[in-house]
Design a protein. Sequence first.
Length: 158
Amino acid sequence: MLLARPVHAQLPLFIAGFAGAAFDIGGDTPNSGGGFGYQGQIGARVGRVVLAGEYGHHAMGQNRKAQAFGAVVRLPAVSTGAVRPYFVAGIAEYKYAPVIGGKSRALGGSAGLGAFFTFRSERVGALLEARYHSAFTGLGSLSSRDFTAVLAGLQIGL
C-alpha cells in the first residue's frame, strides 16, 4: 500500500525574518537618506522555486518610510553547496509616509539578488539580500518612491 508523504514533505513551508538598512535613491527629494528596514515572509518551496507572502517596513531618512504588503518569488541558481545564490522579484502595495505626490499608496515591484546559507540542515539557514524597490507610477525615472534595501535574516522550515 502506498502512503502519501506528510504535507510538509510535499510542500516545505517556512518563515523568515530580515533586518538591515534601506536607502532612498530618488533624485528629486532634498531629505533623502537611509534608515532601518525589516521584513517578514511566510511561504513554501515548490520544487526549487520559493514563493512567499511578505510584509516590509523601510525607513529612508528624515522620518520618511515605506511599508510593503506583497508577494515574492526566489529563483535559486543551480547549486549543491552550502551557499545558494538566488534572484528575487516581488510585487507589492506600498504605503508611503509622509504622503508623496498626493498619494500615500502605490503598486510597485522589487528585484534583486541574494544568497541562502544552509546550516546543518536544509530547514534552517541565513539569508543575505539586496533589492531595488520602485512604485510603478514613476517608471522611467528615479523618484522619491525608489529605494534599495540590504537585509540579512534567518529562515526556519516548519
